[in-house]
Design a protein around this ligand. Structure first.
Ligand code: MG
Ligand code: MG
Length: 274
């Protein structure tokens, strides 16, 4: 029996857009602050301030046992890294995940970045890995625009990654539905599954979030009970957007332009409900 999940009305989605834009604003402020010497706790404070100034609640703080606004995962940490006094170094591969809740609706988004100032081959490889992960996210979003069954997203994500090199795709961590809470059904896989997944229809709102490694896909959870780290020490990258299928088409809720620029190469035009 397939789990049921809530389909949102166009009006619900307009409210989710507010939360999505505040999430984007917080992540933009964090991105602008990334430089060698900055700690991930400082980045966390920037994100929290931006969300609270915008009238939102950092929804990561609504997750039991989590007390920060962002997750900051460096190098061999893929996701769920806890902000700390660790100073960023040039060439670090940093992934930042963040979400805001506004008026009871949620946004969730993530980006990866190579900390500027390092021109080594390793830094170049890290940038390529981040680009592959970001590319797979947009391939998944483009697939969602026309999908009839949800696993078409996972197939597109996986195909993009596999076409770019021998990257590992995390299996235990996947995307999810989003709405009144940050994590809802349905599950959004980053790879082909036996089950084609639920029917895609207007009102489906999901967070698509590929997580890839430069080596093996196996991970473990650090002693802090949160940080997901690669077993082989290879680097991890993570990109995420919250996306809605509504009555008129697709809309990327956590992207300022709704996904216009990044979906253009796929011949897809997002439709605003503004
Ligand atoms: Mg997230
Ligand atoms: Mg998420």
């Amino acid at each position: 029996m397939r789990k049921r999940f809530e389909l949102k009305t166009d009006n619900d989605i307009r409210k989710m857009r507010v939360a999505g834009l505040l999430t984007a604003k917080a992540l933009g402020a964090v991105r602008d602050a990334v430089r060698p010497g900055v700690t991930t706790l400082e980045l966390d404070q920037i994100a929290e301030q931006t969300i609270r100034d915008g009238g939102g609640i950092p929804n990561f703080q609504l997750v039991p046992g989590y007390y920060h606004t962002i997750c900051a995962s460096i190098n061999s940490a893929v996701v769920h890294g806890i902000p700390s006094n660790r100073k960023l170094e040039a060439g670090d591969l940093l992934s930042v995940d963040c979400g805001a809740e506004v008026d009871g609706w949620n946004g969730d988004s993530a980006f990866s970045i190579v900390v500027p100032g390092d021109t080594s081959e390793l830094a170049v490889q890290r940038q390529v890995q981040s680009d592959v992960c970001q590319g797979s996210l947009w391939a998944g979003i483009a697939a969602f625009a026309g999908a009839s069954r949800l696993n078409e997203v996972g197939i597109a994500v996986e195909q993009h990654i596999k076409s770019k090199g021998p990257y590992g795709i995390l299996q235990e961590y996947i995307g999810h539905g989003i709405g009144r809470t940050m994590h809802e059904d349905p599950a959004v896989f980053n790879y082909r599954t036996k089950d084609a997944g639920p029917k895609v229809e207007a009102g489906m709102c999901i967070a698509i979030e590929p997580m890839i490694t430069a080596g093996d896909q196996q991970t473990f959870i650090q002693d802090d009970d949160w940080t997901v780290e690669t077993m082989d020490g290879s680097d991890g990258a993570h990109w995420e957007h919250s996306v809605a299928r509504h009555s008129g088409g697709i809309w990327v809720l956590t992207e300022v332009d709704g996904g216009k620029e990044k979906l253009a190469p796929f011949g897809i035009t997002p439709i605003s409900l503004d």
